[in-house]
Design a protein around this ligand. Structure first.
Ligand code: HEC
Length: 180
């Protein structure tokens, strides 16, 4: 009897877990593929990677790095053309605007990206794809181990979408209103 209950519990846990994974709005296999494909194009466009275009670093604000660079461009990924906004987040000991200008790669902590997907990708949130990359191009993870790629973290009180929902102009973009 006891083992039957244990089995039932284990089964319920499994089904429950499977259900959650399938329902997660980010961090699943398709999101990881999308993130990898996007990173390749970002490299080709020289928005990230060893050959990346430099801009003038500026003083950042929470939760992005102490020093930031932000660039945007229209790119094509897997046949879809859309705006991408790339934010390079710099930090670490001795970080300053001048230090980043001299040696960006040394202080790069993360690359946070918004990519405008096809209509219907995420209607309620202006169809943005969100990803936080580590400097090597692999997606960073949250404390639960979920990759920060996709509709991050749709429906949650905190995270990319929740915070960017408050950006002026209703376009989820803080710096400008060009992408409404
Ligand atoms: C607590 C609030 C908050 C969270 C969470 C947050 N951001 Fe931001 N984000 C900002 C603010 C504020 C700016 C403008 C900062 C600046 O450039 O000085 C910004 C700017 C950006 C930009 C440049 C476009 C713009 O809005 O100006 C990108 C791209 C970006 N964030 C991506 C992300 C991604 C991806 C995540 C999740 C992994 C994320 N952000 C989480 C507050 C947040």
């Amino acid at each position: 009897m006891r083992s039957k209950i244990a089995q039932a519990c284990a089964l319920a846990a499994l089904v429950g877990l499977g259900g959650n994974v399938a329902a997660a709005p980010f961090g699943n296999a398709a999101d990881l593929e999308d993130a990898a494909r996007l990173w390749k194009v970002l490299q080709q466009e020289r928005l990230v990677g060893p050959g990346m275009i430099n801009s003038v670093p500026y003083q950042g604000q929470h939760p992005h790095g102490a020093i930031l660079e932000t660039l945007d461009k229209t790119i094509t990924v897997g046949g879809h053309r859309g705006t991408v906004i790339v934010k390079r987040n710099y930090g670490g000991e001795g970080v300053s605007k001048a230090a980043v200008a001299d040696d960006a790669a040394r202080y790069l902590g993360a690359v946070t990206v918004m990519f405008k997907r096809e209509a219907g990708y995420d209607e309620e949130n202006r169809d943005w794809f969100w990803v936080k990359y580590k400097p090597d191009g692999s997606p960073d993870t949250n404390p639960k181990g979920m990759a920060l790629a996709g509709r991050v973290a749709k429906g949650a009180a905190q995270g990319c979408i929740a915070c960017h929902q408050g950006a002026p102009g209703g376009d989820y973009v803080f710096n400008n209103d060009r992408f409404r």
